[in-house]
Design a protein around this ligand. Sequence first.
Ligand SMILES: *[C@@H]1O[C@H](CO)[C@@H](O)[C@H](O)[C@H]1NC(C)=O
Ligand SMILES: *[C@@H]1O[C@H](CO)[C@@H](O)[C@H](O)[C@H]1NC(C)=O
Ligand SMILES: *[C@@H]1O[C@H](CO)[C@@H](O)[C@H](O)[C@H]1NC(C)=O
Ligand SMILES: *[C@@H]1O[C@H](CO)[C@@H](O)[C@H](O)[C@H]1NC(C)=O
Ligand SMILES: *[C@@H]1O[C@H](CO)[C@@H](O)[C@H](O)[C@H]1NC(C)=O
Length: 804
Amino acid sequence: MQIIFFHLFLLFTKITSLTTTNTLPQGSSLSVEKPTDTLISPNGVFSAGFFPVGDNAFCFSILYTKSKQSTVIWMANRDQPVNGKYSKLSLFKNGNLILTDAEKTTVWSTSTFSSTSLQLKLKNNGNLVLQTSQKINFTIIWQSFDSPTDTLLPNQPVTEKASLVSSKSEKNYSSGFYKLYFDNDNALRLLFKGSLLSSIYWPSPWRLPVDLGRSTYNVTKIASLDSFGNFISSDAFQFTSTDYPKEVFRLVKMDHDGNLRVYSFNEETNIFEVTWQAISEPCSIHGVCGANSMCTYDHVIGRTCYCLKGYKVKNSQDWSQGCEPEFKPVDLSCNRGESFGFLHLPNMELYGYDLDVTQVTSLRECQRLCLDLCEKCKGFQFKFNEVSTYNCYPKTLLLNGRDSHNIDGEVYLKLPKETLLSSKMPLKHSPLNCSIGNLSQPLNRFYEKPSKNTTLSFLAWLSFGIGVFEITIILFVWFFLFRTNKQHHNGDQIQRRLLSATGFQRFTYSELKSATKGFSKEIGRGGGGVVYKGTLHDDRVAAVKRLNEAHQGEAEFLAEISTIGMLNHMNLIDMWGYCVEGKHRLLVYEFMEHGSLAENLCSNSLDWNKRFNVAVGTAKGLAYLHEECLEWVLHCDVKPQNILLDSDFQPKVADFGLSKLLNRDERDSSVFSRIRGTRGYMAPEWVYNLRITSKVDVYSYGIVLLEMVTGKSPMEIHSLEIGGGVEHHRMVTWVMDKVKSAPTTMFWVEEIIDPKLEGKYDVSEVEILVKVGLKCVKDEMNERPSMSQIVEMLQSHRKRAPHR
Ligand SMILES: *[C@@H]1O[C@H](CO)[C@@H](O)[C@H](O)[C@H]1NC(C)=O
Ligand SMILES: *[C@@H]1O[C@H](CO)[C@@H](O)[C@H](O)[C@H]1NC(C)=O
Ligand SMILES: *[C@@H]1O[C@H](CO)[C@@H](O)[C@H](O)[C@H]1NC(C)=O
Ligand SMILES: *[C@@H]1O[C@H](CO)[C@@H](O)[C@H](O)[C@H]1NC(C)=O
Ligand SMILES: *[C@@H]1O[C@H](CO)[C@@H](O)[C@H](O)[C@H]1NC(C)=O
């Protein structure tokens, strides 16, 4: 009986506390020991209370409670958790809101003062507000929106004073290494700030803000995401999440891995899904692998680090500490004469820490420069320049290393002869991971008797002071470098240097007009424009696409172009540059000798082996668009006309990203009147107005596979004997029926295979292509495989059956 009463009592207190507390009145407090001591927003979506971050360690936090596991939105004391006993948050009569630890030390406070009566309220938008008690004409004294931790809620601004700082790791909520902030030149940037080094990595530090569509003149410094998924910043940076303009709950998060992401809450699954991210190439985030190492990315394994030859890892649990030389550093000094040499590392890049940038005419000249710099030079980056010279960047530190077949730069590593000649090679793709600071040790807060209060708070103030000093120095150095650069070169020169470094350039309209001989040689049409063949002034042959309508302003166009320009993969067409002038919007691509897959299928110039290669390569290109860059780069118009073939018949997907460039107006006027793509290749989602995901590209890809096998276009009509009668069906149904009704594989393969192949094909390869193709064209999008699964299926098949 007593027990029942007790339970009823508990239930009662639970209900009353849940329904009544969205306000903390003056002179009262919330205790860490009572789980019911929480504020709940009137709509029941947010709660504020003590959140456990370790063993007996708590942080006062605001949580979003609708997700499967409550999501932390804000923390008062992320760097100094409090004890699980006696700690409390109190709103004092004098207007100060104070968080005290067990021994009554102040861990955090709002430092506010008010002579009138105040109250603390958790609002429906997730904002914790300290305000005067009037119902109508209240004044806000303090609010959590002004001091975000790593998360922004809709309509909460980033400002000069309010920046986002990532957490250490997924489990460790203390301040981490990455920061989103407004820089001194008014641009919104991402900064890596390690214990020894710091550097900016977004937007691309190779390029000037204006080239990326950023303005540096607006001193307002404010940016926020609205309720529809549109993010606008005062420096003219802008983006929309992939689910724009749906009204769902979203948040912007500076993630612990260094990427800035938008998450949208999916009401059906109760989890957050990524709907935008700033960085598509995970290795371009700084501080991941530390000195003397290289970062590689693979969409199966993820991001990994490995040491350069001659170096060994310092702490395999924390790759951000990098690698240290196995040889003595003095071995690289000048008086050791010719006892060292250079190791050539193609397709790699190191960013920053250049001793100099010099134009040279040969590799030998760059080597000589590095040798003359003695032990200061650890190696150099070597890059071909447009004007048949090379850029030589001797490095004093080997940092921000990136190893990817998409990089066309080369690194030369200076090593002592005996290290150079040893056969020991670096272990790539080591099973070690490079998640920085992913050390989650249990944090214990034992109750201690009050004793050394004064020294503790002195230490806290000291470290705070040092922090402020450090940040000032960093900003100052950055500002100084930026200014001196500007003074030394005129803008044009910098721009050229920056551009040659990325191989992406801005052309003038007259340049492109003369390159294409007045737009005389048309080589294609579609995807919003006409494509012309042209020869650039440096004799490179290019395809120049002239976009039909200039819906977009220049800044928006530039922002999107820079996204497309960053996509680099051997199976994606390479964009060399662009032109924006008045109404003109042009894109400059590499020219593909063998034209499109459509032309080649038509002229029968592809034997079976080439067709299979095209299937695999195209899948890899699309997988890169989908996985590495997330779904916001959907192609939406995969078809044989958009798959181009280079001189080796390697496929390159063209026309990606254009959906972003062309349809802005359309999207604004009526949300779902946005059917895109080409009849025959379009997934049912377009027709039924369902959610558009990467699976629309998978569907189109499936049609292309079946087209490559059968040599028939998807809209061709074929007769089928069904029951006793004859029905007419499109290609897909025709293939499906042949496969289903045939007694053996051999039998249906012979029935559907392109007769132009004249019987020369590999039956098991045809079988896998058709099977994958049919999986891709399933009506139900969730039954279709992802592009990376397709790559796996096709490649594992190749491995099992090595080609003749
Ligand atoms: C709110 O305060 C302003 C001045 O601070 C006053 O003019 C206004 O009448 C007040 N409104 C109400 C509803 O009390
Ligand atoms: C500066 O940015 C703010 C906020 O985005 C905007 O309202 C304002 O118009 C901008 N000012 C100028 C001069 O562009
Ligand atoms: C990565 O590091 C974390 C933290 O040290 C560790 O728990 C995890 O097992 C490591 N993963 C691999 C694949 O080694
Ligand atoms: C971080 O560590 C946890 C285990 O402590 C592990 O499960 C997780 O995969 C790690 N995260 C990354 C990105 O390696
Ligand atoms: C989080 O990281 C900080 C700094 O590295 C460390 O002092 C603290 O113990 C960690 N906390 C947890 C819960 O692992």
